[in-house]
Design a binder for this molecule. Structure first.
Ligand code: PRP
Ligand code: URA
Length: 210
């Protein structure tokens, strides 16, 4: 598993505002989208392309187009939905599948409550969106799901991660082509499984309490 932690002052600045508990939901949503677009630039570095011939006003030349089958973007509901627009802005030809997962706040185990993905993902590049990688349970289950359907490589974009979640994913994804692109790697998990310093509950900050 490859882990890439973004190192850019714009990303760190936007994350600082996101972490601030006084940042209201509309600003939080706008910043989440902007951050994803910046992280998507790194996450799509190995997106597969194929050569295409085009004619400029001056001459014929060769460029590239995104290969088929088209990449699949998978936001993990709820919080991952806040990242979708920022991602498809950069990769407009991608298809979008959905996974709904809820972490049990007592056991910290994830449960899948919704799934709308192609049955066959053979030969597909997949991009998973989830802002928080805490214990790694939710992302690990999502990655297992995609590989079980035949995905060839999975890149996850997360705004924040805890070292405990990265270590758990390292083990769970051994031997698979998995890349994690992070806005920041935080210090630790607290006793409730929250990322420290973190930003709190991403789903609640985007969409309110349920
Ligand atoms: C949050 C977050 C991740 C998960 C991370 O979702 O968006 O999916 O927790 O925790 P983990 O790494 O320990 O699994 P949550 O289950 O709170 O659902 P929500 O997005 O609907 O708020
Ligand atoms: N889920 C969140 O939304 N935040 C955390 O810190 C951990 C899990």
């Amino acid at each position: 598993m490859r882990v890439h932690v973004a190192d850019h002052p714009l990303i760190t600045h936007k994350l600082t505002v996101l972490r601030d508990k006084s940042t209201p939901a509309p600003v939080f949503r706008a910043l989440t989208e902007e951050l994803v677009t910046l992280l998507a630039y790194e996450a799509t570095r190995n997106v597969r392309t194929e050569p295409v011939e085009i004619e400029t006003p001056v001459t014929m030349t060769t460029g590239v187009a995104i290969s088929t089958p088209r990449p699949l973007v998978v936001p993990i509901l709820r919080a991952g939905l806040g990242m979708l627009e920022g991602m498809v802005k950069l990769l407009p030809t991608a298809e979008v599948g959905f996974l709904g997962m809820l972490r049990n706040e007592e056991t910290l185990e994830p449960a899948t409550y919704a799934e709308r993905l192609p049955e066959d993902l053979s030969d597909r590049q997949c991009f998973v969106l989830d802002p928080m990688l805490a214990t790694g349970g939710s992302l690990g289950a999502a990655i297992d799901f995609l590989f079980a359907r035949g995905a060839i490589d999975v890149t996850a974009i997360c705004l924040l991660a805890a070292p405990e979640g990265i270590a758990a994913l390292e083990k769970a994804t051994e031997g698979r082509d998995v890349t994690i692109v992070l806005g920041a790697l935080d210090e630790r998990l607290d006793e409730n499984g929250y990322i420290v310093p973190g930003l709190g509950d991403a789903g609640d900050r985007l969409y309110g309490l349920v």
